[in-house]
Design a protein. Structure first.
Length: 570
């Protein structure tokens, strides 16, 4: 009897547990259904085949698909560089379809604008507060949207949803990544950059003209000035006319923004005299100062002034922009410039097509004026941030979109990489970031492959440039000169890598976000600075430099310098 009673009790307990489990299960299903109905953010049981590491069923992570379609709005910059659009459009293309296939996210452009008008239109949207769910801002706009409370914190979303590859990219330049933080919160995802190796400049010199006059690569500024004089006075193009000059200088003088000219820069000459225009650096006392207003500028300006007086610089340099200088280089009017690592791509091919295979602009290190090592500033490389609207309920979707962009642009699958990048297609993506290790990686891989012809270690982004460089080596195809001049063992990156290896790059003290006075006064102060320097080069007294410095300080420069030290010198 006792045994039966105990058995009955056990049976009753089991029944109760089963009933309870059924109730919990039913409640759970009801709750899940309610949650799914209320929000499209619930994960699905399957992920796209494009995902490199598909999540397990119901496991919410970097590659989890939304159960219900999630519409995400953006604003897109149209670009004439997209040459393989085909039947696609900015609203429906291989990127939007891959995004939908991978995440069940439907992208919608609130508006599009030409690249030249995008910033202006976005400024209007910021002023009105009418903004898409996800969009990209520049440094100034990043400060504006944060000050106005228009963007949302993505700290949690990044920690949970960023793919390992995205985190690697952000970790490879911590300062760049952390510049997207405001008061310890991640308010924007840094677009990062291609690598600091791509920031400094080199001297580009016409190789056939050098050989014509038996000139050696310049080892000092005196030798560089001699080459400029020969190119000006000895009729290097052989047309019997006095119509050539030695060194091209852009009317913009030097880069002051991330999207600067990159061609025919005057700052290389000034660096040779240990001056650092447009750079925020530390002086001997440890104070952050603006290089353009330091006394070291005078020696380099005196040299540029003398070059102009002797005709080594075009008398019309104040009117010559990037396109005009590229035209002068192509037409054999000038044989030397100081510019970016990529000048072999532009105008390199055009010069060769017009003047023959020997008319190669070869890169060299900027020589010193006094035998002391030439330092070049490593200007701030991050120019934009991906942000999420304060009213957007799914900031993790922004991280997922960036995951996909990184995956498709860094995959070793060459066919897939080409498909999403050929003809400028990468610009169709609603978000983008760069890899700070890319340039160094490509140079290392390509220069080695050119020596060994072993392509097995080339990652997808290196393949195209390697094939370009090989075209030049094997058949002197002008369209291959850019890849060769950038990535071969004698290319621009070989020079710039040595610059870094020898510690000859000055780190910038500016960290991407303007100080209040800088944001307000920068345009006015840059105009004041460049107008004064242009006048000095064209013959005005060097005393004008001291006057410019005095005005610069009074009109906001002194306040900016204090703000820079308060903000960054800690």
């Amino acid at each position: 009897m006792l045994r039966q009673t105990k058995k009955a009790r056990v049976s009753a307990i089991v029944v109760c547990l089963l009933v309870a489990a059924l109730i919990v299960s039913a409640c759970s299903k009801k709750e899940n259904a309610s949650s799914s109905s209320a929000s499209s953010a619930a994960p699905a049981t399957e992920t796209s085949a494009a995902s490199p590491s598909a999540s397990a069923a119901n496991e919410d992570g970097p590659w989890t698909k939304y159960e219900k379609p999630l519409e995400v709005t953006t604003a897109l910059s149209t670009n004439t560089g997209i040459t393989q659009l085909g039947n696609d459009s900015y609203d429906d293309n291989l990127w939007t379809r891959e995004i939908e296939s991978t995440f069940n996210i439907k992208m919608k452009n609130l508006w599009t604008a030409d690249a030249t008008q995008f910033k202006t239109k976005l400024n209007v949207s910021i002023a009105s507060g009418s903004l898409p769910d996800v969009y990209t801002v520049d440094n100034v706009q990043f400060a504006q949207v944060n000050a106005s409370g228009l963007v949302t914190d993505m700290t949690e979303a990044y920690e949970k949803y960023a793919s390992p590859e995205l985190k690697r990219i952000m970790d490879s330049d911590k300062a760049g990544f952390e510049s997207g933080m405001v008061d310890g919160k991640l308010m924007g995802i840094s677009a990062q950059h291609f690598g600091m190796i791509s920031i400094p400049s080199v001297v580009w010199i016409r190789d056939d003209w050098m050989k014509k006059y038996n000139l050696a690569p310049p080892q000092s500024m005196d030798e560089l000035l001699h080459i400029a004089e020969v190119f000006t006075t000895q009729d290097p193009d052989g047309n019997g006319k006095d119509d050539s000059y030695g060194l091209a200088i852009n009317k913009n003088l030097y880069d002051t923004t991330i999207s600067g000219t990159g061609i025919a820069l005057a700052d290389g000459i000034l660096n040779a005299y240990h001056a650092f225009p447009a750079a925020w650096i530390k002086d001997a006392s440890g104070k952050i100062v603006y290089g353009s207003v330091q006394p070291e500028m005078k020696a380099g300006l005196a040299v540029l002034q003398n070059m102009y007086k002797k005709g080594l610089i075009s008398k019309e340099f104040g009117l010559k922009d990037t396109a005009k200088i590229a035209e002068d280089l192509t037409n054999g009017k000038v044989g030397m410039e100081i510019g970016s690592n990529w000048n072999g791509f532009y105008p390199g091919p055009d010069i060769i097509k017009k003047n023959g295979a020997e008319a190669v602009l070869m890169p060299y290190a900027i020589p010193s004026a006094d035998g002391k090592p030439v330092l070049q500033p490593g200007n701030w490389p991050v120019g934009s941030y991906v942000v999420a609207n304060k009213d957007f309920a799914n900031p993790e979707a922004v991280i997922k979109l960036i995951n996909l962009y990184v995956k498709l642009n860094l995959t070793n699958d060459g066919e897939q990489y080409t498909n999403f990048n050929a003809g400028g297609r990468a610009w169709l993506s609603p978000v983008s970031v760069n890899d700070p290790e890319q340039s160094t990686r490509e140079y290392t891989q390509i220069s080695e492959a050119l020596k060994t012809k072993d392509v097995s270690k080339l990652t997808a982004s290196s393949v195209g440039k390697y094939e370009q460089a090989l075209k030049w080596e094997e058949s002197k195809d002008p369209d291959g000169i850019g890849g060769w001049l950038q990535n071969s063992s004698v290319g621009s990156f070989s020079i710039l890598q040595k610059l870094f290896d020898e510690g000859r790059v000055l780190p910038t003290e500016y960290r991407g976000v303007d100080t209040p006075t800088m944001a307000e006064k920068k345009a006015t102060l840059e105009k004041l600075e460049k107008e004064a320097i242009t006048k000095i080069i064209m013959g005005a007294s060097l005393d004008e430099f001291d006057k410019m410095v005095d005005s610069w300080n009074k009109l906001g420069g002194e306040a900016i310098t204090k703000e820079m030290n308060d903000k960054y010198n800690k």
